[in-house]
Design a protein around this ligand. Structure first.
Ligand code: 13P
Length: 265
């Protein structure tokens, strides 16, 4: 089998869960569970709430272990009169490596648009962090046969204005909305179809070489038992894990399952 063209990334999106005391306990347990072989095979990031980031940063120290710290959202301006928001430059200063943007919960509950996601992605890149840009169709769109069109619209809209050199460095998370928090994960074939569709849109717009470089995660009810079959798909380069990442042992088991897949390929 040919070696995988991209280094996989497994990320834990804690959403609005775990205060800074609980965050320290969770990351300590995770650091204890993750093995050097995990870090050799793939990248791993955790995305706690803003109020936890400094505590986790101090816990993790510099680069040992190489568990990357991520955020879940940011504003697109570096500073200004935006009450309640957190800027990308503040996150960069904290050693944040990845910032999730355009998660479907932010799109649905907080009115984020493709245009706003594109502005955020550009701001994250400008601050030398990696955006994890989320896209995915709703159940209604899927039932109407509109998945491909929706993914094309979201990818083009959420990355509008980015250069090929910028796009090649970012991560896209394919998160079908109907699979998030429902316990109803996409099938491996659905996950592959979505990821392949996203890659073909990238190829059309930014060229096939860029499309080959972009890491595409799958997200939506990923668990230790379904992770291996989902991540074995050729266009799926890792996972964005919600609920299961709140339990360090479950998340470590997902990372181990991913490692098993990638070591075998
Ligand atoms: P669940 O893993 O809880 O379905 O959440 C997925 C998700 O939204 C990750 O960003």
């Amino acid at each position: 089998m040919a070696p995988r063209p991209r280094r996989p990334l497994v990320s834990g999106n804690w959403k609005m869960n775990l205060d800074h005391f609980a965050a320290i306990a969770n990351v300590q347990r995770l650091v204890f569970r993750l093995q050097p072989a995990d870090y050799r095979a793939l990248d791993v990031s955790v995305h706690p709430p803003f109020t936890d980031l400094r505590s986790v940063q101090v816990l993790l120290g510099n680069d040992e272990p190489p568990l990357a710290l991520g955020a879940q959202h940011c504003h697109f301006a570096d500073a200004g009169a935006f009450t309640g928001e957190v800027s990308p430059s503040m996150l960069a200063k904290l050693g944040i490596a990845y910032v999730i943007c355009g998660h479907s919960e932010r799109r649905q509950l907080f009115g984020e648009t493709d245009e706003g996601v594109a502005a955020r992605a550009a701001a994250i890149l400008r601050n030398r962090m990696v955006p994890i840009v989320c896209v995915g169709e709703t159940a209604e769109e899927r039932d109407a046969g509109a998945t491909d069109a929706r993914l094309a619209e979201q990818v083009e809209g959420s990355l509008a204005g980015l250069s090929a050199d910028e796009v090649r460095t970012l991560v896209i998370a394919y998160e079908p909305v109907w699979a998030i928090g429902t316990g109803r994960s996409a099938t491996p074939a659905d996950a592959e179809a979505g990821a392949a569709r996203i890659r073909s849109v990238l190829a059309e717009r930014w060229g096939s070489e860029v499309a080959r470089a972009v890491r595409i995660q799958y997200g939506g009810s990923v668990t230790p038992s379904n992770a291996a079959s989902l991540l074995a798909q050729p266009d799926v380069d890792g996972a964005l894990v919600g609920g299961a990442s709140l339990d360090a042992d479950a998340f470590a088991d997902i990372v181990a399952a991913a490692r098993g897949v990638y070591e075998a390929s």
